[in-house]
Design a protein. Structure first.
Lengths: 252, 421
């Protein structure tokens, strides 16, 4: 019954366009290019550059919530893909990557435990994905900002480089989760601390607009998730390499 | 936050002081503290811009598409919400201010409360539709990419609490923030009008004071399950009261300031500066041109608490509009602007319809995978539906319901009271 109703509504509203839409969805494997400006940053990753120039291993710690993984398929999630891509591009450097998932924790709750985590693992680079839980609970954006602010400061004091990763672009839940205040505040913190911000939201938005992925779709669940994460991992590896100016380092 | 709040609060206060001073002599000259514009003549510009605001709000509530590029927020700090709240304050004060002068405080309050009730019912109606939408999404959508985001549906597990909180206006989904704000503002309208009747400029000054205190002490209304109201009524009341103040003679007393070329050039300069800043959001290559200190001072531009930059942007827009679009502009009667005007004349209904259509648009987009063309088509269809509905309502009011509208004739009819939404 439900689908009947939507067919009718769809047909009345969109008579001409639905065929075009359907044809589009069948597209072959995506290249998932990311515009250069989304992968470049003015902020640097001096610890990462230093480690690689002096031939030390690169220890990466990904701190994130559930959107940093794919349920039941963690090896396809973007952190694992990031590690694989970094290994490929920096074959001479040992790359250790660990993932610390803190599901259902706000930035404030995660920030409180960051120092301990860093003391345990001594990472060169911490990739902190945050914002989703705060947006879902509509935490006061000011509180969110000061929590991220504290967290980044603590990580920097502990001697790690930091990359912030913002929310996913999730068109289906757009009417339920208000992302913009959290995106804005993460951008502000990144700017204040001169920390690179990996704009996952804008990148996924771009893919959706460009037709690389149909993020509205309900079908191809697991496959779509794997492909998106593979692309995110690749984009993130380029982003890190850009921010640490490793292209030149490698040539030398 | 405090540091930004400080910077922002002070100029706001001094601005208001300046406004109040300018207003004072003429207020003393006129016998009643407030003056009402001539009755009868409907201010079509208000309808026009409220209609425009309704269209823009609708488009902004849909996923971004080509039409999104025509919305105000891409060209400056403020957006359609500011226009909507300001005009609502203006029309509400115009209609119920007259009622208060003619029929007294009690009757005016009673009329306002009836209007509040209508808005409340509209809100609950929209909430029901929202519940239907997300229940549908929750049962039909399984995408491992978004397991985390789907956690937002968890509140469906406790409908008892959620629904009661929604009725208390504390649980408000995204996109459904404007009506609760409007309800609170309308509830305070009797007090605002009563104060305005006493001294309009003092009322405006008090409103600015409340705004400043809100920033200084970070006052807010809490929401359910946690968080805050996305439009803080304690801050947004400033626009509403300012609208009311303009309606009750303030606009006329400001006309000298408004027509001065200095004001015009300041406004134009500010609008251009704001445009450039917004341009850096969309063309990130330009952001190198932005001085870092300006960045740090300016961001984030807070919508929840109606950032002063947003308010100033709205003022500049309004100044330019009033200057270049005179009241008796012939274009206002042209059939091309008719769709906008007719939508603006039935704002509560069309606003609700717009929210509903935005939900429906999301539905369609989710069901039929389509590209940019489909997105744009949905926006256009929505606007056509809004226009059609507004025309039907107009027809009801003028033809089908003639006897009803005649009885409402005294003291401002509900149509003019578009004070509605």
């Amino acid at each position: 019954m439900r689908s009947g109703f939507w067919t009718v509504l769809g047909l009345t509203l969109l008579a001409g366009c639905s065929t075009a839409g359907a044809a589009r969805a069948e597209d072959a494997p995506e290249p998932c290019d990311v515009p250069a400006y989304l992968l470049s940053t003015d902020s640097l990753l001096p610890k990462v550059s230093g480690a690689i120039k002096s031939g030390q291993p690169l220890n990466v710690l990904v701190v994130g919530s559930r959107s940093s993984t794919i349920p039941s398929s963690e090896t396809s999630a973007y952190p694992a893909r990031l590690q694989a891509m970094l290994k490929e591009k920096l074959p001479a450097v040992p790359i250790n990557l660990s993932v610390e998932l803190q599901g259902a924790k706000t930035a404030e709750e995660v920030a409180a435990g960051l120092v301990k985590l860093v003391e345990e693992k001594k990472p060169t680079l911490v990739i902190w994905q945050t914002g989703t839980v705060d947006a879902m609970r509509s935490v006061d954006p000011d509180d969110f900002r000061s929590a991220v602010d504290d967290g980044v400061a603590a990580l920097q004091n502990a001697g790690s480089d930091v990359v912030l990763v913002n929310l996913q672009y999730s068109p289906r839940t757009e009417t339920m989760i208000s992302a913009p205040p959290y995106l804005d505040n993460m951008r502000v913190v990144a700017q204040q601390h001169d920390v690179p911000l990996f704009d996952r939201f804008a990148i996924m938005h771009h893919w959706n607009d460009a037709g690389d992925f149909d993020l509205f779709s309900t079908s191809h669940g697991l496959e779509l998730a794997k492909r998106v994460h593979a692309c995110l991992g690749r984009a993130l590896s380029k982003f890190v390499i850009n921010a640490a100016h490793l292209d030149q380092a490698q040539q030398n | 936050m405090t540091s930004i709040a400080d910077q922002v609060a002070e100029p706001a206060v001094s601005d208001a002081a300046a406004l109040a001073k300018d207003g004072a002599p003429s207020a003393a000259a006129a016998a009643p503290a407030i003056a009402l514009p001539a009755a009868g003549e409907r201010e079509l510009r208000l309808d026009l811009f409220r209609g425009l605001a309704l269209w823009l709000i609708f488009i902004d509530h849909l996923p971004p598409n080509i039409l999104t590029w025509f919305t105000l927020r891409n060209y400056g700090f403020s957006d359609a919400t500011e226009i909507f709240i300001f005009i609502s304050g203006y029309t509400a004060a115009f209609v119920y201010g007259r009622a208060m002068l003619e029929a007294g405080f009690v009757v005016a309050t009673a009329r306002i409360l009836r209007r509040v009730w209508q808005i409340y019912v509209a809100h609950v109606f929209l909430f029901t539709i929202f519940l239907a939408e997300i229940s549908y999404v929750a049962t039909s959508f399984e995408n491992p990419l978004y397991t985390e985001e789907m956690g937002i549906m968890d509140f469906l597990k406790q409908p008892d609490v959620t629904i009661v909180q929604a009725l208390l206006l504390r649980f408000r989904p995204v996109n459904m923030d404007v009506l609760p704000l409007y309800i609170v503002l309308m509830l305070s309208l009797p007090l605002i009008l009563w104060l305005m009747k006493w001294k309009a400029d003092v009322t405006l000054a008090l409103s600015v004071l409340l705004y400043a205190l809100t920033w200084q002490y970070d006052l807010y209304l809490s929401a359910y399950p946690n968080g805050f109201w996305a439009f803080n009524p304690l801050a947004w009341q400033l626009l509403f009261v300012f609208g009311a103040w303009c309606a009750l003679g303030g606009a006329r007393r400001m006309s000298r300031i408004l027509s001065s070329p200095v004001t015009m050039w300041i406004s134009i300069a500010y609008l251009l500066a704001a445009f450039f800043v917004t341009l850096t959001w969309y063309v990130p290559q330009l952001s190198h041109l932005m001085p870092r200190s300006l960045d740090q001072w300016m961001y984030p531009i807070d919508k929840t608490d109606l950032d002063v930059l947003r308010f100033a942007h709205f003022l500049a827009l309004a100044t330019i509009t009033v200057r270049f679009l005179p009241k008796d502009w012939r274009g206002l009667k042209s059939p091309w602007l008719r769709p906008l005007i007719v939508c603006g004349q039935h704002s509560l209904e069309i606003f609700c319809l717009g929210i509903f259509l935005a939900f429906a648009g999301h539905f369609v987009l989710a069901e039929v995978s389509g590209g940019a063309a489909l997105h744009a088509l949905i926006s256009v269809c929505g606007i056509l539906i809004m226009w059609g509905m507004a025309s039907v309502i107009s027809w009801y009011k003028h033809s089908a319901d003639k006897s009803a509208s005649r009885t409402k004739g005294t003291g401002g009819n509900a149509d003019l009271a578009g004070g509605g939404a």
